[in-house]
Unconditional design. Structure first.
Length: 674
């Protein structure tokens, strides 16, 4: 489980009273109390939109309409409205595609890889980074959808042979793109949504408007923050992070094979997969900085969560990846000089001194030179200088894709066909429109969804041994009548440590029908409630094996020659599945070429297994629970309350149970009706 969500409880930790709550200094962007986290994040959603939000949203929305207008004109007129021609058969569409897919990597890196490496500074940034990743991949995915020409025939890309009379070519890198981008987008959306489920439950309990409350209830799927749910949730969340970590490296690596698998000078390079991966992370971190630095200035509440230390950490990543990208540029030039291929030498000399030399030197300056300013801590602490470096990095990464694609194509092996590429208004409109669409989606996300992962930040700002509730201790109240507890008896405790001690004590007394509820997960919660190890990981393994077998069978069976010896044994319909493609003398069964689709399908089905495992193991969705009608829980359950519930069906349920809970430190005890 991802134990970095919180610190392990200690028996020796002293309990603070609610009258004197322990005040903690901010830890990597966390306010002092759990309640203040909820208040700070929910204020962004509950108060009226800031004055700047409406004009910014309207302007970016109008710019995003350029995508609709240009795409409609493209589909209605044809591919000729683009500036592509022989020999530049790829233009702005593929440049933008590679650019946006690269941007989508930093969100996963911040949220998944930093989660696996126990980097706590990610917790205030991961939600916004995940959103930017999803929106960037969605913006990038539309460009190849337009580039195929006849969009209504896009389903030919998928393995549906009945009508097209042929299977897709699984050896083609362009088909690898379909599998990689589709898988990455799907898994990123699942990971993003899964991370918001506990926060949706918090919004559900705070919402007063009926239809909005129903919406949050549906999105939260009846989440109650029980120990059982946290146990399975943590395991599934960690498994999804583990799946996304290799996907970060695989997606852009497979995209780079669109170029590296050719023999064109400037493209045919084995360094492209790691080169594209490093560039994607570099550009992605730059986009997150471009979004968060102005956002921090425009939204004062976010200054409590996004601190200068976060910006400094990301600036270090920008410096590291920018230096790596600059090193790759030098390696490319060295290999072109050191190699014996005159065409390769000319291709790179054409980049340096040809008609597109300004783009090349602009790329080198923005990506390799400008990040070197971040060596100095005084520069990293000046947020607007970091913002300027990040803007230059985004410009440079777009220019890098332009240099790779356009300059490598515009002068081929036949000088008589050389020509310059001139983008049309449709090309420029799609580029500007995609930027507007990305910003428009992010502004909607900022206004209507929690931009900070509340449950993760709560775990950082609260130690299990200290009280987190901000309200004073209630006056002593008479113990509840057990006759009213037709479902269970509930009690509230002041801290996570007190809750765990009470749960363990009840289990030692023989209680079995108990459950613990906490606003955030921490080590020892599931054990105190008596829950064993989560079996969600088995669902992930099963889903991955199913995806592996399906993809392997599909690729091998559809690439083998038809087994005529089996005619008469197998049905003719089954034999029609065998449709081998002869591609450049390559073998029918090519393991290296088949790896891409197999890997992506395995990861996709494993992600489905993680999500389904969490839902099944946690009995979600479940919208009607007696605890939701318990007034004490509905007021504080998803905010800062720690609750213990003993069901009436428990064999040890007896008349002295309220006194037992009171002796264990329960602050409030009440009956929960059915």
């Amino acid at each position: 489980m991802p134990r970095e969500f919180s610190s392990p409880p200690t028996e020796s930790a002293s309990l603070a009273t609610e009258a004197n709550p322990v005040e903690r200094p901010p830890l990597l962007g966390t306010p002092g109390t759990v309640a203040s986290v909820t208040k700070g994040v929910c204020n962004l959603l509950e108060r009226p939109a800031p004055r700047w939000w409406w004009p910014a949203t309207v302007i970016t929305g109008l710019i995003a309409l350029l995508v609709l207008a240009t795409d409609s004109h493209l589909i209605g007129t044809g591919m000729g409205v683009w500036g592509v021609q022989i020999p530049v058969v790829w233009g702005f569409a593929i440049v933008n595609f590679v650019f946006w897919i690269g941007i989508g990597h930093a969100g996963t890196l911040i949220s998944a890889i930093l989660l696996l490496t126990r980097q706590k500074w990610r917790n205030s940034l991961n939600r916004a980074a995940e959103a930017s990743a999803v929106f960037a991949v969605a913006c990038g995915a539309m460009f190849p959808a337009m580039h195929i020409g006849r969009q209504w025939m896009a389903w030919y890309l998928f393995p549906i042979p009945e009508y097209i009379a042929a299977w897709p070519n699984f050896r083609a890198p362009l088909l690898w793109d379909v599998a990689a981008v589709t898988t990455y987008l799907t898994v990123s959306v699942l990971y993003w949504y899964l991370g918001m489920i506990p926060d949706f439950a918090t919004l559900r309990e705070r919402e007063k408007h009926p239809w909005r409350r129903k919406l949050w209830a549906i999105l939260s799927m009846g989440w109650s923050s029980s120990a059982r749910e946290w146990n399975h949730y943590e395991m599934g969340y960690l498994c999804l992070a583990g799946l996304l970590a290799p996907l970060v490296l695989s997606v852009h690596s497979f995209v780079s094979c669109d170029f590296a698998a050719t023999i064109l000078p400037g493209w045919h390079a084995t360094i492209f997969p790691p080169y594209f991966g490093a560039g994607a992370i570099f550009g992605g971190f730059a986009v997150v900085l471009v979004l968060l630095i102005p956002l921090r200035a425009l939204v004062p509440e976010l200054k409590e969560f996004i601190l200068p230390i976060h910006i400094e950490q990301m600036a270090k990543w920008l410096l590291t990846t920018g230096s790596l990208v600059g090193y790759v540029y030098l390696i490319e030039l060295f290999m072109a000089w050191y190699g014996a291929n005159p065409f390769e030498r000319y291709a790179f000399w054409n980049r340096i001194a040809g008609p597109y030399a300004p783009e090349f030197w602009g790329m080198l300056t923005c990506n390799a030179v400008a990040p070197q300013l971040l060596w100095f801590r005084s520069i990293r602490k000046r947020l607007w200088i970091v913002f300027g470096v990040a803007v230059l990095a985004n410009i440079g990464m777009w220019l890098e894709r332009f240099v790779i694609i356009i300059i490598s194509l515009h002068r081929d092996f036949l000088p008589s066909s050389w020509s310059l590429y001139h983008p049309t208004w449709v090309d420029i409109g799609l580029l500007i429109g995609s930027v507007g669409l990305f910003l428009f989606l992010f502004l909607l996300f900022l206004r209507f969804l929690p931009v900070i992962a509340m449950f993760e930040v709560k775990a950082l700002c609260s130690s299990p041994g200290e009280a987190t509730a901000a309200s004073p201790k209630p006056a002593p109240a008479p113990l509840p009548n057990l006759e009213q507890a037709t479902f269970a008896l509930g009690a509230r405790f002041c801290s996570a440590d007190a809750l765990c001690r009470a749960g363990r004590a009840l289990r030692e007394r023989g209680f079995r029908k108990i459950e613990l509820y906490s606003p955030f997960p921490f080590h020892g919660l599931a054990e105190a409630a008596g829950h064993g190890k989560s079996w969600v990981s088995a669902c992930v393994l099963g889903g991955g094996l199913l995806g592996f077998c399906l993809a392997t069978s599909l690729e091998i069976l559809t690439s083998m020659p038809r087994p005529d010896a089996l005619r008469g044994v197998l049905s003719s319909h089954f034999l029609d599945l065998f449709f081998p493609l002869v591609v450049q003398g390559k073998p029918y069964i090519s393991v290296p070429a088949f790896f891409a689709v197999v890997f992506e399908t395995t990861a996709l089905f494993a992600a489905f297994g993680a999500v389904l495992g969490i839902l099944l193991a946690s009995a979600l969705p479940r919208f009607h629970r007696p605890i939701f009608h318990w007034g004490l829980f509905s007021r504080r359950g998803q905010d800062d309350g720690f609750f213990l519930l003993v069901e009436r069906q428990d064999p040890r349920f007896a008349a002295d149970l309220p006194q037992v809970l009171e002796s264990m430190g329960a602050l409030e005890i009440s009956a929960i009706p059915e």
